[in-house]
Design a binder for this molecule. Sequence first.
Ligand code: ADP
Ligand code: MG
Length: 291
Amino acid sequence: SIMPATLSAISKGARQGILFKGGVHLEHLSHLRAVAFDKTGTLTKGEPEVTDFLTDEREMKATVLSVVSSIENESNHPLAQAIVRYAEKSATPLPPVEDVKDHSGKGVCGYFKGEEWKIGKADLVGKEAAASFMNNYGERLASDGKTVIFVSRDKEVIGLFALKDTVRKEAKMAISALKEHGIYTVMLTGDNPTTAKAIAREAGIDNYIAECMPDQKQQEIKNMKQHFTHVGMVGDGINDAPALAEADVGIAMGEGTDVALETADIVLMKNDLPKIEEAIQVSKKMNQVIK
Ligand code: ADP
Ligand code: MG
């Protein structure tokens, strides 16, 4: 049976917009030593916008944009949707493309007039092929915290897009509050290291793991558990679910995907990151009452 102090802490949490799925999570919360955060949709709003579009194919700029947006139109990744919206602004036509394939955590490929187009990170289009674009433009864009994605046509890199997502304004405050409890904070992202570093700095987070493939997040939590007695994970996406389950305390953003909400131990209503520290305070008070 559930103890009165636990019950009262759970209802206090609910009034503050924190949903605890059981008393045991309150107990674990007070012992957290490290917390990992997903980047997109958790630390950032998850609504990227295209800020730059560059291509060598000057006379073909409109064609490049239309082929890219036709291919991205078949992906439901937030970056893909942002590119489609950007193309819509210039009333770009969507020519027919074939064999579109999503490569989770890397990008998307498809065929146009018999040529293979790839849109995504350097890894996907080929690191060497992307190098001159990366050196000339990519590094500078990434160090502004923008996500850089490349476009290749039959293995030749012909352009890039930069997209900027906004760091939630309360993220910095939420993280500094955790640091005051002596909690180590880490960001997990599939983005490149330069972009990751800029976003981590903006959010004031202790460390980051970049180029983290969606299925690697769980392993990163496992590794953290070897160094810290209690590890938390905060996320919103389908990809975050295994990591949320692996963590001692899984915390989902209230407007996250159903799978994240179902898997998590705690749900933050209204995506409100500072509630994490409030939840820790509720749990510490509860433990004082019980002891
Ligand atoms: P995050 O960890 O930021 O949520 P993902 O793991 O979903 O990102 O993707 C990692 C990277 O793969 C993105 O930063 C982007 O470079 C590339 N990528 C993934 N999906 C797409 C797509 N549909 N179009 C272009 N690039 C993509
Ligand atoms: Mg996310």
